[in-house]
Design a protein around this ligand. Sequence first.
Ligand SMILES: Nc1nc2c(c(=O)[nH]1)N[C@H]1C(S)=C(S)[C@@H](COP(=O)(O)OP(=O)(O)OC[C@H]3O[C@@H](n4cnc5c(=O)[nH]c(N)nc54)[C@H](O)[C@@H]3O)O[C@H]1N2
Ligand SMILES: Nc1nc2c(c(=O)[nH]1)N[C@H]1C(S)=C(S)[C@@H](COP(=O)(O)OP(=O)(O)OC[C@H]3O[C@@H](n4cnc5c(=O)[nH]c(N)nc54)[C@H](O)[C@@H]3O)O[C@H]1N2
Ligand SMILES: [Mo]
Length: 764
Amino acid sequence: MAKKRPEGIESYTAPAGGWGALRAVAKTLSHQQIVAQGTTTLLKANQPEGFDCPGCAWPDPKHTSSFEFCENGAKAITWESTAKRVDPDFFAQHTVSELWDWTDHNLEDQGRLTHPMIYNADTDRYEVIAWDAAFARIGAELNLLDDPHQAEFYTSGRASNEAAFLYQLLVRAYGTNNFPDCSNMCHEATSVGLPKSIGVGKGTVTLDDFELTDAIFSFGHNPGTNHPRMMSTLHEASRRGVPIIVFNPLKERALEKFASPQDPIEMVTMSSTPIASAYHQVRTGGDLAALKGLMKSVFEIDEADLASGGAGVLDRDFIREHTIGLEALREDIDKTSWDSIIAVSGLTRAALKSAADVYVKAKNVILCYGMGITQHSNGTGNVQQLANLLMLRGNIGRPGAGICPLRGHSNVQGDRTVGITEIPNKALIDGMEKAFGFRPTDLKGHNAVESIEAMNDGTSKALICLGGNLAVAMSDPDITFPAMRKLDLAVHIATKLNRSHLLIAKTSIVLPCFGRTDLDTQATGPQSVTVEDSMSMVHASRGFLNPPSEMLKSEPAIVAGIAKATLGDRYGIDWDGMVADYDLIRDKIEIVFPDFKDFNKRVRVRGGFRLDVAASDRRWKTESGKATFLVARGLDEDPLMKNPDALVLTTLRSHDQYNTTIYGLDDRYRGVFGRRDVIFMNKDDLAKRGLVDGAIIDVESLPTSGGRLRAARGLLAVEYNIPRGSVAGYYPEMNALIALSDYDRLSGTPAYKGVPVVIKGAQA
Ligand SMILES: Nc1nc2c(c(=O)[nH]1)N[C@H]1C(S)=C(S)[C@@H](COP(=O)(O)OP(=O)(O)OC[C@H]3O[C@@H](n4cnc5c(=O)[nH]c(N)nc54)[C@H](O)[C@@H]3O)O[C@H]1N2
Ligand SMILES: Nc1nc2c(c(=O)[nH]1)N[C@H]1C(S)=C(S)[C@@H](COP(=O)(O)OP(=O)(O)OC[C@H]3O[C@@H](n4cnc5c(=O)[nH]c(N)nc54)[C@H](O)[C@@H]3O)O[C@H]1N2
Ligand SMILES: [Mo]
């Protein structure tokens, strides 16, 4: 008989996808009270004439015109197109102190915001304010600051190119580069790491490359939940016999086997397709060691081949013609011992050799990765070692091969492209001067962690958020929450209520905006916006639902409203004209960023266009003009290895959430139902501590950067298939354990996936 599991914990044995996914969508539709308007919405997602699904940044297949079914895309869309409303009555009924005690799930589940609101300290409530009054108040507060660098302007990656571009124009005309953004917590290691390696901070592959590839390596991403449309691509590749080699501490169900809801036979016969051909359960934070081990194996295979008279397995022509730095890399790998590789990665030499065998046998290899790589104190180094591995065999810049970072938010990459950056380069400053006749400051601004530090020490006094939930997304609520409460001004442009809005500043304003699915009508008629996906494809998106309230404005209109109230007619910028017709915004984007040549024309072509990615054509925009092998730190410098009793905690998304948006309390593929207070642990780690499956535990963390202890108490230990020494819990709850000062020093990315913790049975 199977042993009894703790309440809400089951062992999930079915494949991912399949009927379970369809059932989940039906449940979401009814919960959100979606009737006629909403269900047809699903059919317009990612269609040429429709809107871009806000669920993820995976590109749309060119060849299909049929609706691509995706459970989590459906959740994202129905969550936005819900019939529920958070209106002035709602705020009249609930004080902010009362709302603070609600769960994150309950706050957002109340529905769409309908009116601009301002906080009244006398009543402890948000109350209605007219748009003009709100803009005037924001402008007055921003103009009261001693210096523009005292304001922070956060962006979350849902914002369209048009909204983000206007926003950076407002901020640069105002006079700062304080652009904390969600990318700083996400793929910053990619944006910082890859330009030094291959001259561009983006992926080099397109969807077509997946049809030509001979092997796919997947590091630290969970596509069954977070990039569900990628499952069609992996499913197809697997059926073609392409080996898929996975490096992930957790056995993620969709990476093991998947039943495609697109495949009638699998649906009717309840069969499925295996995805990973080999699954390597690397220790959390052990990727650097695994990558060094893979490269060490490749060098060994190469030497053996040369010794037996072969030509070797390195792409020597590519290396000679296109790269520098191999000698230094080789030296580093030679001096890294197998013992240390095995100890840190948790993988055997044989396992790493077998993965290297697949790698050297495949002509063309694509390497995909996500947050399991970037959210470490060594995130930038990790990304660069991925590039090294590919470059050894010329796997960059030819068909069927390349690097594929899985971006997060549906337009996080586009926001960066159109100027949301705290470190503007000269081309951006020159472009802005050309387009608008003023020269913005090039003084480095704050990233996300630095913005919190500045709010905490009082140097920053105002925060404007274009979407997102900064307080909850950021590490260390013990510092982050009080820091935001010290502000003079907090403004949130949002679709739904969340905890960040409840961190009350002297003046707190919430401005409701359209989402992706809403029809955006301006003076010249309905408008489309544009987005850029993970593969640098730019295309149009047009919502079509009646907005949830007549009071809502579009994000560009709100940004322009704030800009006019703050800047007056400084620099003669035509805010009204651009809001009336988004084509005029795109004309300006094209002046600042010449890659967008003929923007308005090209975006009207079905499917849009691809931005230039020089590395895809083996043009290297690095300092030396060559692709560069880079050396990472030694394995003995790993801060996670310092305390032998510590376990390394990683923080994960459940299947029922979108970042800080918690749709529900289930994580179906991991067998968790109705709760989120769990810590997944290896059975030996449980036993070593005298604990069993279902034990109530306390988790304490010590920052690797030094400083005080943090704790989360009364959690449920769940026995799980995870390597010894690694444990996992849910984001955002576990942020209480992560010190603000623990982040990658090169990219500023918080080390959300490498938290050393000590676990004990809970004190009675
Ligand atoms: N439905 C849904 N879709 C989403 C999101 C969402 O929350 N919900 N979020 C969006 C955003 S902003 C992003 S950035 C992406 C995130 O997409 P992912 O990168 O898939 O996000 P995570 O859930 O953080 O999962 C990371 C994976 O890495 C593994 N992992 C953890 N630590 C390590 C490690 O040290 N090494 C290795 N090799 N693997 C590790 C985990 O087991 C997990 O499978 O998804 C986007 N799409
Ligand atoms: N521990 C831990 N922490 C993490 C991570 C992790 O893996 N572990 N992941 C990090 C990552 S990858 C990311 S990207 C960040 C996410 O950080 P954010 O992007 O800041 O967070 P979200 O949860 O995506 O933001 C949700 C809110 O966005 C608003 N919203 C939704 N749609 C729209 C829209 O169309 N327009 C506007 N204006 N607002 C909208 C809603 O009000 C909603 O409440 O979190 C990071 N934090
Ligand atoms: Mo992200």
